[in-house]
Design a binder for this molecule. Structure first.
Ligand code: GDP
Ligand code: MG
Length: 412
């Protein structure tokens, strides 16, 4: 018991330290700001960035506690609204009794409206939010309009974080420097496009089941109850806009949030948000180890970045029913894996991300909304890039460039 009390006290102290400073968001006590050194002999920027985990196996870098700057919603027709109208509320099933009895296949044929995922949205919705909120984002910093080194989607950063451990899927990230801020927008790889176009019926149904689980677990109002008879429409989204800092890099990014817990012990956003996931039920320690090694890394990265403190997993049985639920506290996931040599490390993910952002800063130095540096990565290779002027890769829309060009920077 003493050990437990001591453990709890240590945790409380760590939490208090975080609250008091409201700065560091590190999982362990490391507040080391040291960065992974990228040895360079001359002053020319490097052409590639290596990704091997041992290169980034250093103390956990500084990551500022993520703060919510704003919210927006996408409605059933995928139209933007600068408010939280699509927010949903977490309603867990009664703790007592056997499995919750969710049928994740229900409605797949007749109550499913799918977002058209061949439409390339780029950063547009986030940029729309920025235009509408540009006054609160301005900075004193000369040569810079927005108070952020980087603007991107959370999902793009998740891919960067997991890169040192990814062995299957590569990525393409387009980067443009505009008025002092680097914008990062993903382009679909050829391989990903082929996969999307040839997705099997089984994979499509699995995707649906993930959304259906959300419907079983969420209500439209804080005191409401879930309505599993309704339509699942994947155009609908609620997104949070987050500010944070990784090492010396200030970040402004947005991510889709599944729901908020109105009864959360930490009632402020983003920590009251809950990420919902589904996964195949596990039967053996070997299956659980594999889940920790290959799957939970993505869950951790996605929720850690915006400071979403809980992930609720619904375990699927072979018939598509949910046979169990498990809650993961994002900040405790590192404890589940730290004793497994050969497992991923949070610090490697974060140090690699910091090195990648530093790499972008050294390579992309010309401020030009029509210029794109396309960073490409494939498993087994380092990150490399190509340069494109006024090409198909251009992603900052004219309406955005015009809206921000009209904006006078406070120092100019
Ligand atoms: P995630 O972390 O990968 O879920 O991505 P984000 O939360 O960063 O999502 C950013 C935006 O992309 C939101 O508007 C989402 O609705 C949208 N989005 C998320 N996943 C997908 C996807 O698989 N395809 C497309 N086209 N958009 C997506
Ligand atoms: Mg989810």
């Amino acid at each position: 018991i003493q050990g437990q009390v001591r453990g709890q006290r240590a945790e409380t102290q760590t939490l208090m330290k975080h609250t008091a400073s409201s700065r560091s968001f590190n999982q362990e006590d490391h507040e080391d700001e040291s960065k992974v050194k990228n040895p360079r002999s001359d002053s020319k920027p490097p052409l590639t960035l290596p990704v091997a985990p041992p290169l980034y196996d250093a103390p956990f870098p500084f990551y500022r506690r993520p703060a919510e700057m704003g919210r927006f919603s996408l409605d059933a027709k995928r139209c933007f609204h600068g408010d939280a109208r699509q927010m949903r509320y977490y309603v867990p099933p009664p703790a007592e009794g056997p499995s919750p009895g969710f049928d994740l296949r229900d409605g797949y044929r007749d109550r499913y409206v799918q977002r058209d995922d061949s439409v390339r949205e780029g950063l547009d919705h986030l940029l729309q939010w920025i235009v509408e909120n540009r006054k609160q984002l301005q900075t004193e910093d000369k040569g810079k309009l927005l108070n952020a080194d980087f603007v991107t989607w959370r999902g793009h950063l998740t891919k960067v974080l997991t890169t040192p451990y990814e062995s299957r899927e590569g990525w393409l990230l387009a980067v443009t420097l505009f008025r002092g801020t680097l914008y990062i927008s993903e382009f679909e790889t050829e391989a990903a496009r082929r996969e999307r176009e040839q997705r099997s019926e089984m994979l499509k149904e699995l995707t649906y089941m993930g959304y259906k689980f959300e419907q079983y677990m969420c209500a439209d109002t804080p005191d409401g109850i879930p309505d599993p008879t309704g339509v699942v429409n994947t155009n609908e989204a609620f997104c949070t806009v987050i500010r944070s800092r990784l090492g010396s890099h200030s970040l402004l990014f947005s991510g889709e949030v599944d729901c908020t817990d109105p009864r959360s012990p930490s009632p402020q956003p983003p920590s009251c948000y809950v990420e919902l996931k589904t996964s195949k039920v596990m039967h053996s320690p070997a299956q659980r180890r594999s889940f920790y090694r290959h799957k939970i890394i993505k869950w951790w990265a996605q929720s850690f970045l915006p400071g979403v403190s809980r992930i609720v997993a619904g375990y699927r049985g072979p018939d598509g029913s949910v046979v169990g639920l498990e809650t993961f506290e994002t900040m405790k996931i590192f404890k589940l894996i730290r004793d497994d040599r050969g497992c991923w490390k949070p610090a490697v993910c974060m140090n690699f991300c910091a090195a990648f952002l530093a790499f972008l800063k050294t390579v992309v130095t010309e401020d030009n909304p029509k210029l794109v540096h396309l960073f490409a990565w494939n498993p087994g290779h380092p990150v490399s890039y190509t340069v494109h002027q006024d090409s198909q890769y251009r992603f900052l829309p004219d309406w955005y460039v015009e809206a921000l060009s009209a904006e006078k920077s406070p120092t100019s």
